[in-house]
Design a protein around this ligand. Structure first.
Ligand SMILES: Nc1ncnc2c1ncn2[C@@H]1O[C@H](COP(=O)(O)OP(=O)(O)OP(=O)(O)O)[C@@H](O)[C@H]1O
Length: 316
């Protein structure tokens, strides 16, 4: 790039910028500088402070973050239960800011499914497991006939290994069984996206691993895109991509991929942490890195051929 570009260079840049695909054009979920401000007792809380997030179709990913970092706020917006103060949010081509009340209702029925932490919020206590799964099918009206709905409900319960629970009421099921039935309920309407907010919060670690297995099965068999909020670091390790939220913004992400040793044939999962670079070029450096080098207020940058060096301020 030259310091004093000519007129034709400037014109070229404008053309390039115009032809560049818009942010998130190929993503199923796009959050673009998402802001949510709450006002409680005259005090403003900025729960989301310009959050950027892209989730591709068919992904199974986790969101992690400290208490109060904005995870539930984001999930409620993606679920169509809350609206952002500013920014843009699109899911499966629907604009979550401009939807009418009617579109919002259709969105919640057809595009997203949810699994919440409290099992009581997921299942109706007076219906059996099979009836709970058949209900969204009945409401959506896509499967005509009680028998077709009952068959689909049973298929989903079988997929999640809880077919034996079909005639039991939620109170007769263990916490893990309840959550697997809840996943079947959330999948019943054939949503593009399944959102789960702390689905393993009330379960022991072994049962939590089974629930993650159920999410993986749903993702691989039905191709549903799944976003899971979790506090559980071990559970977060069960997915290929974990995005961390800090102070209402996405800060880092861990990507895991399998590597197969050419000689032994053993498969190992290699995890690498990346910092998120927002659209303005802003980077959040991990707090422990900053502490280790006592970096505050400003840093020196150096552009090298294949990396950028970040150095402590040498003028202090
Ligand atoms: N309805 C509300 N009114 C006022 N403040 C709110 C409201 N909902 C959330 N907040 C505030 O917004 C911030 C983010 O909350 P949020 O529930 O999204 O965090 P979280 O990361 O899900 O936390 P946790 O892991 O504890 O559930 C917090 O400071 C919270 O107090």
């Amino acid at each position: 790039m030259t310091a004093n570009p000519s007129l034709s260079e400037l014109a070229n840049r404008v053309t390039e910028a115009r032809d560049r695909p818009v942010y998130g054009h190929d993503a199923l979920i796009t959050c673009d500088r998402l802001v949510r401000v709450f006002t409680a007792d005259g005090v403003e809380v900025q729960a989301l402070q310009g959050l950027d997030l892209l989730v591709r179709e068919g992904e199974l990913m986790a969101l992690v973050g400290a208490s109060g970092s904005g995870k539930s706020t984001l999930m409620n917006i993606l679920a169509g239960l809350d609206t952002p103060t500013a920014g843009a949010a699109r899911v499966a081509g629907r604009d979550l800011l401009t939807m009418t009340a009617r579109d919002r209702l259709a969105y919640r029925r057809e595009v997203v499914g949810f699994v919440w932490q409290q099992t009581s919020r997921n299942l109706l206590p007076y219906l059996t497991a099979a009836q709970n799964v058949a209900l969204p099918l009945q409401l959506a009206g896509t499967r005509k006939g009680r028998r077709a709905r009952a068959e689909r409900a049973l298929e989903l319960l079988e997929l999640l290994h809880v077919a034996d629970c079909r005639d039991r009421h939620p109170r007769e099921l263990s916490g893990g069984q309840q959550q697997r039935v809840a996943i079947a309920v959330a999948l019943a309407g054939g949503p593009s996206v399944l959102l789960a907010d702390e689905p393993t919060g009330e379960l022991d670690s072994q049962t939590a691993a089974q629930i993650f297995e159920a999410f993986r099965t749903a993702n691989e068999t039905l191709g549903t895109t799944i976003v899971i909020v979790t506090h559980d670091q071990a559970a977060a390790g069960e997915v290929r991509r974990t995005v961390a939220i800090r102070d209402g913004r996405t800060s880092t992400e861990v990507l895991r991929r399998s590597e197969i040793d050419a000689t032994t044939g053993h498969e190992t999962v290699v995890a690498r942490e990346y910092a998120m670079l927002d659209r303005a070029g802003r980077l959040q450096l991990p707090a422990d890195y900053l502490d280790a080098l006592d970096m505050r207020e400003r840093v020196a940058l150096e552009l090298e051929a294949d990396h950028i060096g970040v150095w402590p301020d040498d003028t202090r």
